[in-house]
Design a protein around this ligand. Structure first.
Ligand code: TXA
Ligand code: MG
Length: 349
């Protein structure tokens, strides 16, 4: 399949191109599009064949449900059986934006889209191109991240093209994704709201609207016996091709430890990399040293993380070490993704 690649600027959306992209979805095709979190791989959420195609293009297990993207609040009524009060509150505070809510689904949503579950994940992105595209596509776009299953989510069109070229009908290049990590997922289908995937909208922000919010305990434990509640969180996601280890401890000792390990790796002929911070970058010796920015600037760390993992892959880095980051606020999402990328290999010194 030939993939058409088009460029749409958020500041100046070309109505003709958006219509063309929307028509592809209406006809059962697939279009990758930018959002504020990561790029999505879109298909018609109400068409079971489209969802099957999404799983095939990603190489994703079909028990892993898709997020349905909408462009206006009223559209939720068709796909959610009973919109809870909590959803109204959260939508008011955080939609459009990087928050996904899970609720009981209506019959309009095929089981193919929800991986056979009786709940549906819904998100209204804030990215203007995404909103215009969803509207043009008929209002309901199922979209996982636009990567091959198991690779880091794409934060720029370059990586979507790398993974999806010739597998889908169209890619909309909208430049870099601002946030760089996937949306926060909160499950509103149970007794108490529960975070299934941390993201830019933090637990503290949700609790300000709803009172106490739980967090799925399995998402930080590498050795949990329980499966995570978001089926997708069980897969070894966000993974670079090489081996990544996170090192936690006082700054000086972390730098020293990582340098010793890097030297060992390089003696045995391996290509090495470090995920460093502006504060430490010039103290490392490795084939590739990447900084996430200042340790204080969590938004920048989130924004840079997946790009760095992809760049290590491009450079053929085999052994990687990363510093550890704080776990408060947005740090929760950062450390969740980093731990997954490292297969939970964390060394405390
Ligand atoms: O930021 C995002 O959310 C991006 C952009 C494209 O919007 N999308 C994204 O989709 O990250 P995906 O498919 O890569 O991740 C969706 C996660 C998976 O872990 C999936 O298992 C979970 O959401 N999920 C979806 N529907 C669910 C449901 N009904 N119950 C529990 N988990 C669900
Ligand atoms: Mg994904």
């Amino acid at each position: 399949m030939d993939t058409e690649i088009i460029r749409i600027f958020e500041e100046n959306i070309d109505a003709g191109l958006i219509k063309k992209a929307g028509d592809i979805i209406k006809q059962g095709g697939l279009v990758a599009f930018p959002t504020e979190t990561v790029y999505g791989l879109g298909g018609d959420a109400l068409n079971p064949d489209s969802s099957r195609k999404i799983y095939a293009a990603k190489g994703r297990p079909s028990d892993n449900p898709l997020i349905v993207h909408i462009s206006k609040w009223e559209d939720i009524d068709l796909i959610v059986a009973n919109v809870p009060e909590a959803a109204r509150k959260l939508a008011k505070a955080f939609w459009p934006g990087p928050l996904t809510m899970i609720m009981k689904k209506s019959d309009a949503v095929p089981g193919e889209t929800t991986g056979g579950l009786d709940t549906v994940a819904v998100r209204m992105p804030v990215h203007k191109t995404a909103l215009a595209f969803i509207e043009a596509a008929g209002g309901y776009v199922a979209a996982p991240s636009a990567n091959i299953s198991g690779r880091p989510s794409p934060t720029s069109a370059k990586y979507v093209i790398e993974d999806m070229k010739d597998r889908i009908d169209m890619i909309i290049d909208g430049g870099d994704a601002g946030i760089g990590l996937e949306s926060t997922i909160v499950d509103l289908s149970g007794e108490r709201p529960m975070i299934l995937r941390p993201g830019f909208i933090t637990k503290e922000m949700l609790e300000e609207e709803l009172g106490l919010v739980d967090t799925d305990p399995t998402i930080f434990a590498g050795d949990s016996k329980e499966p995570p509640k978001a089926p997708g969180m069980k897969y070894k996601h966000y993974a670079p091709k090489g081996m990544l280890t996170i090192v936690n401890g006082p700054e000086e000792e972390v730098v020293e430890y990582i340098n010793v390990k890097l030297k060992e790796a390089s003696f045995s002929g391996k290509k090495t990399g470090v995920i460093a911070t502006d504060e430490t970058a010039d103290r490392y010796e490795a084939d590739s040293i990447k900084t996430v920015g200042s340790r204080q600037d969590e938004s920048m760390i989130a924004h840079r993380l997946y790009t760095i993992l992809r760049e290590f892959d491009d450079e053929g880095i085999e052994i990687m070490y990363s510093e550890c980051f704080d776990t408060g606020g947005l740090g929760q999402a950062i450390m969740n993704r980093l731990l997954k990328a490292a297969g939970h290999q964390l060394i405390n010194i």
